[in-house]
Design a protein around this ligand. Structure first.
Ligand code: ZN
Length: 496
């Protein structure tokens, strides 16, 4: 497959090399257009900013969850199509000498347009190749986790089928499907409604029914025009008026000159500079190969980005997780078919391109700030006896360190949640046991992060451990550059 892709790519490049000199001789004004279309790798480094592009137009249809699939078979079909177009282009170039002089100009124009189209397809094919290479490998390495994500992927599609039937007012609809729809929604939300609000976020109520969330953002970016664009992208998206209520995010952007981060003037190693920013805020910086969030930092890559996508990344800073699932089907010798589904295309965390911030997002942040829910007076009179919690009893006090309530709550939760893992193991559902145990370890490590005064998110325990500060100090840990599942762009459609 890769060999076939390389062969196609070389043939496209050869055609370009042949076309360039002929065009310069016969229609030199068209040459710059040809040259601009040449696929070149995009360089990335510290201090390279992305170009801001326009948001996608909102869709007219009510958004539906559909599954998008990527596979070597599909990539193969894309190459087939491109190859046919390239052959047609080569034939057109060969036919130019036989064309009457007055028609040549039009012929060259057509050829250049065809080439520009082929260069665009090439970028898409290249994305597919890279994408398959990455995710096929990830799925192979973490089968159990992806099996779980596949059940969630299927849950989203099943629920969408029910919603379609309800919308179409299907007379044969079994009334029980409403309960099924709610159950599927509960399963999906259990995964997507994880929220870890950072400690540096301030909630203010400047007036009745108005809530402002203030977020300090440290940056070493000097380009004030870019910072203005960033601010308006985030503040416009994270602003909801609903009934008489108004919610908004306000950024407090604080510039940290790179001379202070790097007194000796050297260029930082990848991700190294993030720890040097003051710890009480988010970080906006450059140097990534593709824009992503790691810990409290938005690391910008060189590729064009739309305001709504930046606002999606900022959602991660506020503590939200991605609202899409990546599953797979095993296609035997053809490899895996990688499947992706948006849980809710109207939600910015689900669809960075067309989703929007909703009241629900703000509500969830405010709920975490209101502390533990008040006890329902009815529940207090309940005669139900509190069940002893074996895990809590067993581990409580094992390590007498003072912890913040939030950290302690997380540890307790992680220990309690070990029970399903143990049950699954007993039932010989080993993949579920592994998955549940991994989740618990993740929770426990995140609690440790909280304990040392920092927020962490992400699902790769090894990365979470690397991000812990050395020893028991409360200093922020080192950040690491790289892409993680859920952090890589969709080819073409949605960049993240
Ligand atoms: Zn994301």
């Amino acid at each position: 497959m890769e060999a076939r892709y390389q062969a196609y790519r070389q043939r496209l490049e050869r055609e370009f090399d042949k076309l360039g000199p002929r065009l310069q001789a016969e229609a030199p004004d068209l040459h710059p257009k040809l040259k601009a279309a040449t696929p070149e790798p995009v360089p990335y480094s510290y201090r390279i900013l992305p170009k801001m592009i326009a948001d996608l137009a909102p869709s007219v249809q009510p958004p539906r969850s559909t599954s998008i699939s990527y596979s070597w078979r599909r990539t193969d079909a894309l190459i087939d199509g491109a190859l046919k177009r390239l052959e047609a282009l080569e034939a057109k170039v060969d036919a130019v000498p036989g064309t009457p002089p007055e028609a040549r100009r039009a012929a060259w124009e057509q050829i250049v347009n065809d080439y520009v189209g082929l260069a665009q397809s090439h970028r898409l094919i290249n994305d597919h190749v890279q994408y398959n290479r990455l995710w096929q490998g990830e799925i192979e390495r973490h089968r159990a986790g992806y099996d779980y994500m596949t059940t969630l992927h299927d849950a989203v599609l099943e629920r969408q089928g029910i919603l379609d039937a309800i919308r179409a007012a299907d007379p044969n609809l079994d009334p029980r499907v409403h309960a099924r729809e709610q159950e599927l929604l509960r399963q999906i939300r259990q995964r997507t409604d994880v929220l870890t609000v950072p400690a540096f976020l301030r909630v203010e109520e400047p007036a009745p029914r108005r809530w402002t969330i203030r977020v300090p953002v440290y940056t070493d970016i000097d380009d004030t025009a870019f910072l203005r664009t960033f601010r308006s992208a985030v503040e416009n998206a994270w602003h909801v008026q609903d009934g008489g209520d108004e919610f908004q995010v306000v950024l407090d952007i604080r510039h940290v000159p790179s001379s202070r981060l790097y007194p000796d003037g050297r260029v930082p190693a990848h991700g190294e500079h993030i720890d040097r920013f003051p710890p009480d805020g988010a970080v906006l910086t450059t140097g990534a190969n593709t824009t992503h969030v790691l810990g409290r930092a938005i690391n910008l890559g060189p590729h064009d980005i739309a305001p709504n996508t930046l606002a999606h990344e900022f959602g991660h800073i506020l503590g939200f997780v991605d609202g899409y699932f990546r599953g797979y089907r095993d296609r035997g010798p053809e490899g895996y078919e990688v499947l992706e589904v948006l849980t809710d295309p109207s939600d910015i965390m689900s669809a960075p391109g067309i989703g929007r911030v909703q009241r629900r997002h703000f509500q969830r942040i405010l709920d975490t700030r209101r502390g533990p829910a008040r006890v329902d007076p009815g529940a207090a009179r309940s005669t139900r006896k509190e069940q002893p919690d074996p895990y809590r009893v067993k581990y409580a006090g094992a390590r007498p360190v003072p912890m913040s309530n939030r950290a302690q709550n997380r540890v307790n939760q992680a220990l309690r949640d070990l029970a399903p893992a143990a049950d699954s193991r007993k039932a010989e559902r080993h993949e579920w046991a592994c998955y549940a145990a991994q989740q618990d370890v993740e929770k426990a490590v995140k609690a440790l992060h909280l304990h040392v005064g920092q927020e962490a998110w992400g699902h790769v325990v090894a990365t979470l451990l690397v991000e812990l500060p050395p020893g028991d100090s409360a200093a922020t840990g080192p950040s690491r550059e790289g892409s993680r599942p859920g952090q890589l762009p969709y080819p073409g459609a949605l960049s993240q």
